[in-house]
Design a protein around this ligand. Structure first.
Ligand SMILES: [Zn+2]
Length: 603
């Protein structure tokens, strides 16, 4: 009680003191007497000016996708709106502000509608995640200091963009308060999102490194090197990173859109240290030095998670390691079959093949040819609610809805064959096997295909005929191949010509000869040039090239213990198969890629 009295007394004395300050002498205007009308008008006017100027800038920058005339028309419309705002302000006509805002909204909507179809999927405003795309497009111009995007053309999520924006502000403020040097603004102050973590398969973080801080020095050099290599891979927009043993150390290469790009050379000791680190991350604990080992782990870079599949192969010169990167924003990989660039007829044949209750579809090609993407798209095409679908993979690359996916623990001694056998006991309607690389797996899969299951499988082979001979080469009975396989799809990914800078040229000799073209039948094809949009490479994105072999009696009869690849190929072509090269060259004629690119991927 006594204490309470004392504290109350304190407050009273402060209030008494306040009474001496001549508050009444200051003329505080009443809240209600503020000139709300003019204030709202001024705010509206400012907003209209900002919207108008950014709209004009945006149309000016992005209009060229529409072609010169169209862009000029849009520029005129937006400039006209801007001018009417100016004139309205000068004449002090108040209603010009709401009218201009309304006109801007309508014009922007129409502009987006006519611009979008000319853009790649990821850049469209009216596509999935459209608002995000628009923000990504405008942000560098509205807030250029926040641009520490690092990795290429992948559209970033709103959350990432927001984190970056806040990070940029913080850097700017820090730079402004301590040393106001403009050059310092881009200094790498570590923000909360500026970290790199190694994650176990289940998502628990093992090591977290603050980027650009002194803490880097406290991590082991091998962990640091692994981090640097992975970060370089992500920044280069690569799909895989390979450590290849050579006679003098190791070559570190990144696979960017199907092309190998050398990153650096490191010493054997360093490479072994890095590989040992990565194996720990990926739980690759097997002790058999002669076996191929696989595992997965994750990394978290600035809040974005990437899944990485590791494969280590013993070679004569040392151990080789390949890390395949799955990008988080795998919108490209999550597409259905329609978006994968199949010819309509080929797509119909494919659907007919795997719409049957039993049989087998083989998807073949070298590694990096997009086999997994096609297989996943095909599985997504099936109705998982009506058909029981299971997959046997080493490792699982993407989660699929309503599908039971089994990750084969190869490091722990499990084999695809044994797991597949176990899976077949559960009697699924459809099975996907990630790799048919030994006779036992092939035989189990083919038996399944003959006994009321549909089997999807992937195999490393050059083309459809090579896939057939390879199966026979593994020791599979010709009879089994004849009866089990319904269709074989071979594919490649060629680089797509950048639409902004491709240049027309004479059809090259190779094309004319291959197609037996009459002079003048194809006026021109295109070749790469290079511009800012494509990083001076001349290419953006990929064009898939396909070859589909559908089994029929004529082809089945040719599958013997020692088949003639030539006869098989002739029979396939006779039955309507377009070879990889022909399909590729069709895409050259359509201006999607170049002759050299097709010869490179199919040669
Ligand atoms: Zn270009």
């Amino acid at each position: 009680m006594h204490v309470g009295r004392g504290s109350l007394g304190g407050i009273f004395s402060v209030m008494d003191l306040a009474a001496y300050v001549p508050l009444a002498a200051i003329d505080v205007p009443s809240f209600l007497s503020l000139p709300w009308g003019p204030l709202a008008f001024t705010a509206g006017l400012c907003l209209a000016i900002v919207a108008c100027s950014s709209g004009i800038g945006w149309v000016h920058r992005t209009g060229e996708v529409l072609g010169e005339d169209e862009a000029a028309r849009w520029n005129l419309i937006f400039n006209g709106i801007g001018l009417s705002l100016l004139v309205g302000c000068l004449l002090a006509v108040w209603w010009v502000v709401p009218v201009v805002v309304a006109c801007l909204a309508v014009a922007a909507a129409l502009f987006i509608r006519s611009k979008d179809p000319g853009l790649p999927e990821g850049r469209r405003v009216l596509a999935k995640g459209g608002f995000r795309n628009l923000v990504a497009e405008l942000r560098p111009h509205v807030a250029p200091w926040s641009l520490n995007t690092g990795d290429g053309s992948r559209p970033r999520s709103l959350k990432e963009q927001f984190v970056d924006l806040i990070g940029g502000w913080r850097q700017r403020l820090a730079g402004a308060t301590s040393k106001p040097k403009p050059g310092k603004r881009k200094g790498k102050a570590a923000t909360s999102g500026d970290t790199f973590s190694f994650l176990k398969k289940d998502g628990t973080a093992v090591v977290t490194i603050s980027l650009g801080s002194k803490q880097e020095a406290r991590v082991s050099p091998h962990v640091l090197k692994a981090q640097q290599l992975l970060q370089a891979t992500i920044r280069a927009n690569a799909s895989a990173l390979a450590l290849e043993p050579t006679e003098s150390g190791y070559d570190v290469k990144a696979l960017v859109r199907g092309t190998e790009k050398s990153l650096e050379k490191i010493s054997g000791d360093e490479a072994r240290g890095v590989m040992a680190t990565l194996k720990v991350m990926a739980d690759m604990t097997g002790s058999d030095a002669a076996a191929i080992r696989r595992g997965t782990f994750g990394v978290l870079l600035r809040g974005v998670r990437y899944q990485i599949a590791v494969e280590s192969t013993p070679k004569a010169t040392g151990e080789q390691m390949v890390l395949r990167l799955e990008r988080p924003d795998a919108a490209e990989d999550q597409r259905g079959l329609e978006a994968l660039g199949f010819r309509p007829k080929l797509l119909a044949q494919l659907r007919e093949a795997f719409g049957r209750p039993y049989g087998m579809l083989l998807v073949v090609g070298p590694s990096g040819s997009g086999r997994t993407t096609t297989l996943y798209a095909a599985l997504r095409d099936l109705d998982a609610k009506k058909r029981k679908i299971m997959t046997v993979e080493a490792p699982v690359q993407q989660p699929l809805d309503d599908v039971v996916q089994i990750d084969v623990d190869v490091a722990g001694g499990a084999t695809i064959a044994s797991v597949l056998q176990m899976v077949m006991r559960q009697d699924p309607d459809v099975v996907m096997v990630s790799d048919l690389d030994d006779r036992k797996t092939c035989e189990i899969a083919m038996q399944a295909a003959l006994t009321g299951h549909f089997v999807f499988a992937s195999l490393e082979a050059r083309d459809t005929i090579d896939a057939v001979t390879r199966l026979l080469g593994l020791g599979v009975e010709p009879m089994l191949v004849q009866t089990a396989v319904s269709a074989v799809l071979a594919q490649r990914l060629a680089r797509r010509l950048c639409p902004k800078c491709k240049v027309a040229c004479e059809p090259p000799e190779a094309l004319v000869r291959k197609f037996n073209l009459k002079p003048g039948a194809v006026k021109h094809v295109f070749q790469e040039k290079g511009c800012d949009a494509c990083g001076q490479t001349g290419f953006r994105g990929v064009v898939p090239v396909h070859e589909l072999l559908v089994m029929n009696d004529q082809i089945r009869n040719l599958i013997t213990a020692n088949p003639s690849a030539r006869d098989l190929k002739a029979a396939a072509v006779l039955n309507g198969t377009l070879t990889l090269q022909i399909d590729g060259l069709t895409k050259v004629v359509h201006g999607e890629t170049t002759v050299n690119e097709i010869l490179r991927v199919t040669g």
